[in-house]
Design a protein around this ligand. Structure first.
Ligand code: SF4
Length: 263
């Protein structure tokens, strides 16, 4: 397509996106790739990076994520959550991460700080990452829901997001994944799996083996909050075995000490 024609297509799609309730048939990522001259065969999604495919540049990814973050921070699609939240919790980490973690929704700590996985479960996730030889800033961490699920006045703890809330917020996560193009996705817990894949199965059936999301390898493992509730070494070992599979998939070196954790 010639550049003037391409500019017209991009401008028209941008106008539809801004003015219509109906989503146009190309994502902002697809538009960015069109602008960069990338060949795109499926306008509904962007294929993950391949040895032969071109990737978005890091600075493009950061700019695209900033634009979505701004839309999320102003989002009121779930009016009840927009009223109750302190702030939205978009995501954190390396826009060019090869490893991306997906949780379910912000809790009270995350709602207060505006960052996912900063409470006790988040601190455990950071320790797991360290054991894998990753810093928190090396990976990308996001939730299905960007607002904290509201709680009845006077009640404590967290409630899981409803299917409707997850469906409403999911497009933001889909865009984040399209931009980051991780080599491996990790879904933490059954609720995250339901939000991402729309499937409801037990963790016993899901965890410990490879799945795919839009051609991206997806590992499903327990949410760190589960490990805080169940401290049995056998459960810790199950999560660690899932992490070992991820390290192998990413072709990261694994020491003997790492192999033997929780045995
Ligand atoms: S949960 Fe998501 S879709 Fe709902 S108001 Fe928050 S940002 Fe918007």
């Amino acid at each position: 397509m010639t550049q003037p024609a391409l500019d017209l297509v991009i401008a028209a799609l941008e106008t539809i996106r801004e003015k219509s309730d109906r989503a146009p048939r190309a994502s902002r990522v697809a538009l960015a790739r069109l602008q960069a001259g990338d060949p795109i065969t499926d306008s509904s999604r962007v294929a993950p990076a391949s040895p032969t495919g071109r990737r978005l540049q890091s600075q493009d990814k950061a700019a695209l994520l900033t634009e979505i973050r701004e839309r999320v921070s102003a989002c009121t699609k779930c009016a009840h959550l927009a009223c109750s939240r302190t702030q939205t919790v978009f995501g954190v980490g390396n826009p060019d991460a090869e490893l991306m973690f997906i949780g379910e929704a912000p809790g009270a700590d995350e709602d207060r700080q505006g960052e996912p996985f900063v409470g006790r479960a988040g601190q455990l996730l950071t320790r797991i990452l360290k054991a894998m030889n990753f810093a928190r800033g090396d990976v990308y961490i996001a939730n299905i829901l960007k607002c904290r699920p509201d709680m009845a006045a006077g009640s404590f703890g967290n409630r899981p997001p409803t299917p409707t809330e997850m469906q409403t917020c999911r497009p933001y996560l889909v865009e984040q994944i399209e931009i980051i193009q991780p080599s491996v996705l990790v879904a933490l817990g059954a609720v995250a799996v339901e939000g991402l894949l729309g499937t409801r199965e037990t963790m016993r059936e899901l965890r410990g083996r490879w799945h795919t999301y839009n051609s991206i390898p997806l590992m499903i493992t327990y949410h760190p909050a589960y490990l805080l509730r169940n401290q049995a070494p056998s459960e810790k070992r199950k999560v660690w075995e899932d992490m070992l599979q991820i390290l192998e998939r990413l072709e990261r070196p694994i020491s003997e000490r790492q192999r033997n954790y929780f045995l």
